[in-house]
Design a protein around this ligand. Structure first.
Ligand code: BGC
Length: 778
């Protein structure tokens, strides 16, 4: 459900008042100093006024506090699963707990703001940084982000929501201009930010590197002021992505508070000069300094000296989070979970079992406190009872050799089950460049083909930050998507493979069958520094479901060791106005033999939309825990925004009156429950009618409707359900039906004409002068 109103109380008035008082005492030079960082990670302290400095650092899935400078080694910190994994848990409470833990580690390292979460949409599965983003769906991404922010900020540590906005590729990331239309922007690329701002108020938002529709994000007044502050009510500060500032003066005027890293005298002098000449007005300058200063004061005040964190407890939480995020994609013959009392020989194949890929490369890279590998964890569990053999199968770069394959095949044949670890090496997926292919390294695919030919009981465990193709999916019995599961990911894999944890994650992104099927293909990533979002609102499942393209695995999909049944779907009303809300409820029952968790998903489909809309859109979800045989009622509330589309003529959300299907179930492609409701529009602001408006645009228009009826009457055309006109009374029923059909055809013809043409064709029955008068007098 979409929350329209901000649900977070504003920053304490005390900080705002103190910031105002300080700004009143600051010189122009001091204001300019504060607006640019002190080196890579800090704001400037101003001793004269006792203004403290605060420290910001990456983020998002662990603390990367660099003691020495720039890109050097960071302090040890818990490495949690990356965002694509966390989002696959669909568990807001769990994400909140991760946020709390991250805040404790930030407090312990004297960090006031953690740079995250990253919530850009996965426009293409090839996006190099997809591992660091939550989803292809704005609602899921927004809710995950809000929970993460709430967790951190509840402990007095701020967040920086990034990268605002339309930053959906790594290729030429500082210059590629994101070209997207207003509706696409508002329906797909902005809502995750909107949800996070309205529900959690991050202390900071990070302006992206790229230009958006020709204007740098860090100088974009529409984004930074109109949308972020005025429309959504954001009351933190905006920081540039590291190095995203082009024209600092334009940035200040657009509402960019802080430049990071600092640029020394260069931009400071520009601000001072602009302050002197009035290019930046005193009011604007004071405002951007105040907004920043209020957060600095809060961050400083809420820092708790001497906080320590329990690395073991955090590692346990990281393991839990990884386990909840893991997605079981296939489990033929219920091969999993492996029962170690019966499975006495297991072949572990693939170097990732011993040297796991557990996080992404780039600015988010954490120096973990420890690392668990699936191989060691399984050995521990197996003790002397189970024989574990091992073969690496491929090199660090994912290539293989005849020898490596032969060795792996031999191990696989000699065991009851082979578990193959595969995925994407760092060089395939990183911040700074996009993936060049949807495929796993050729060596990984060859290895899986060979092992699954030799061993019918083959399980594949994947470690990758984004969707990949699985050409051997039919040949293996089980597939586990373990993502980049963080430092405790190895233990979590063993928990799931051996049944200690029942898998409950569901895909937070579609796994397409081939790159040619993906919505942004062939526009992605950019040509000549222009990224054309030609697929518009159709990204992810919005595209696959509308186009009826079968993905390899759909959005929201994931198996469990138990089964769930859905029933008793009820809506509180089958006809509402768009100002009302409707409550939807259903029963979900665990029909299997073990306890498990189900992620219940609710989608909305508009039956006859006035303009093109996706086949369905996710509007709510919940994760429920059920014992065998247990059932529960899951309830959701839907409101106007859940039925609305973004109307570019109104620059606002609006509901097209009509019928909407509400669909519920366990994945975007498995929605057994359906109810249809009628939603009426209470639109008071209506699009302006002009001479060129189409006749049909008058039909549901509060003012145009009467005019429409008059015109239709002038043409002697009735409505299908209207009583028979007097002159038609002598017709036989067949003649009347034929005439009715002909009238409807003429009406359809007129409906699509500009209204002044309709007048012109009315042979004087309705003059253009009259039309002008009617439009003029509205
Ligand atoms: C990344 C940001 C990161 C910043 C600081 C930039 O290159 O895009 O996500 O927070 O560096 O490391």
């Amino acid at each position: 459900m979409f929350t329209e109103q901000s649900s977070v109380s504003p920053r304490s008035a005390d900080y705002v008042a103190r910031a105002k008082m300080l700004v009143a005492k600051m010189t122009l030079e001091e204001k300019a100093l504060l607006l640019s960082g002190d080196g890579w990670w800090k704001t400037h302290a101003i001793e004269r006024l006792q203004i403290p400095s605060i420290c910001m650092t990456d983020g998002p899935h662990g603390l990367r506090k660099v003691e020495a400078g720039g890109l050097s080694e960071s302090v040890p910190a818990t490495c949690f699963p990356t965002a694509s994994a966390l989002a696959s848990s669909w568990d807001t409470e769990l994400i909140r707990q991760v946020g709390v833990a991250l805040a404790q580690e930030s407090q312990a390292s004297d960090v006031q703001i953690l740079l995250g979460p990253g919530i850009n949409m996965k426009r293409s599965p090839l996006g190099g940084r997809n591992f660091e983003y939550f989803s292809e769906d704005p609602l899921l991404a927004g809710k995950m982000a809000a929970a993460y922010i709430q967790g951190l900020q509840s402990q007095g540590v701020g967040t920086s929501l990034k990268h605002f906005a339309a930053n959906n590729q790594e290729f030429e990331r500082m210059v590629a201009n994101s070209n997207l239309d207003e509706r696409t922007f508002h329906e797909v690329y902005l809502p995750a930010f909107e949800i996070a701002v309205k529900e959690a108020q991050p202390w900071s938002v990070m302006a992206a590197y790229n230009p958006v529709n020709g204007v740098q994000a860090a100088e974009n007044g529409i984004l930074l002021r109109e949308i972020l502050r005025t429309k959504w009510g954001f009351h933190g500060f905006v920081v540039s992505d590291w190095g995203a500032v082009h024209d600092r003066v334009k940035g200040v005027n657009a509402g960019l508070n802080l430049e990071m890293p600092g640029s020394g005298d260069y931009n400071r002098n520009k601000i001072i000069a602009a302050g002197r000449t009035g290019t930046i007005s005193p009011a604007v300058l004071d405002e951007v300094v105040e907004e920043l200063l209020a957060v600095i004061l809060e961050g400083h005040d809420r820092h708790r000296a001497g906080v320590r964190f329990d690395a073991t407890q955090h590692d346990t939480l990281a393991r839990k989070a990884a386990g909840e995020s893991l997605v079981l994609l296939k489990n033929a013959d219920n091969l999993l979970p492996l029962n170690l009392a019966e499975t006495k020989t297991i072949a572990i194949i693939g170097a990732f079992a011993k040297l796991p890929r557990y996080q992404g490369a780039g600015s988010s890279q954490v120096n973990p406190t420890r690392i668990s590998t699936a191989y060691e964890e399984l050995l521990k569990l197996a003790g002397n009872e189970v024989t574990i053999s091992y073969a690496p199968g491929y090199t660090d770069e994912g290539t293989t050799t005849d020898h490596l394959i032969a060795q792996a095949v031999e191990r696989a044949k000699g065991a009851q089950v082979a578990v193959v670890f595969a995925g994407l090496p760092d060089s395939f997926e990183s911040e700074g460049f996009d993936r060049f292919s949807l495929d796993l390294p050729a060596g990984h695919n060859q290895l899986i083909e060979a092992v699954s030919t030799a061993q019918p009981n083959a399980v594949v465990v994947l470690m990758n930050g984004a969707a990949v193709t699985l050409p051997w999916a039919d040949k293996v019995k089980a597939i586990v998507e373990a993502w980049l599961g963080g430092q405790a990911g190895g233990g979590a894999i063993v928990d799931v493979v051996t049944g200690k944890v029942n898998p409950s994650g569901k895909l937070s992104e579609t796994f397409p069958a081939r790159i040619e099927d993906t919505p942004a293909y062939p526009d992605f990533p950019a040509r000549h520094k222009e990224a054309h979002y030609g697929e518009g609102i159709f990204i992810g499942y919005r595209y696959y479901d509308t186009r009826k393209v079968n993905p390899q695995f759909p959005f929201g999909f994931g198996l469990s060791y138990t089964t769930f049944a859905y029933s008793d779907f009820q809506v509180s009303s089958v006809a509402i106005r768009d100002t009302d809300s409707v409550t939807v409820e259903m029963k979900v029952k665990n029909t299997g033999r073990v306890a498990g968790k189900e992620i219940v998903q609710l989608y909305v489909h508009e039956q006859r939309s006035r303009l093109v809309r996706p086949a369905k859109e996710l509007k709510a979800f919940a994760k429920v825990t059920l014992k065998p045989g247990e059932e529960t009622i899951v309830r959701f509330r839907l409101e106007k925004r859940d039925f609305a589309y973004y109307d570019v003529s109104l620059h606002d959300w609006t509901v097209n009156p009509g019928k909407f299907d509400i669909l519920a179930g366990g994945s975007s492609r498995d929605l057994p429950l359906r109810q249809t409701i009628e939603v009426a529009s209470t639109l008071t602001r209506c699009p302006k009618l002009t001479r060129s408006s189409l006749l049909k645009e008058f039909v549901n228009h509060p003012v145009g409707k009467a005019f429409y009826n008059e015109l239709v009457e002038a043409f002697g055309l009735g409505n299908p359900g209207a009583p028979i006109a007097e002159e038609d009374a002598n017709l036989t029923p067949e003649e009347a039906a034929t005439k009715r059909k002909a009238d409807m055809a003429v009406k359809a013809f007129l409906d699509d004409m500009p209204v002044y043409k309709v007048c012109a064709f009315s042979e004087g029955r309705f003059s253009e002068e009259r039309l002008d008068a009617m439009l003029g007098c509205r």
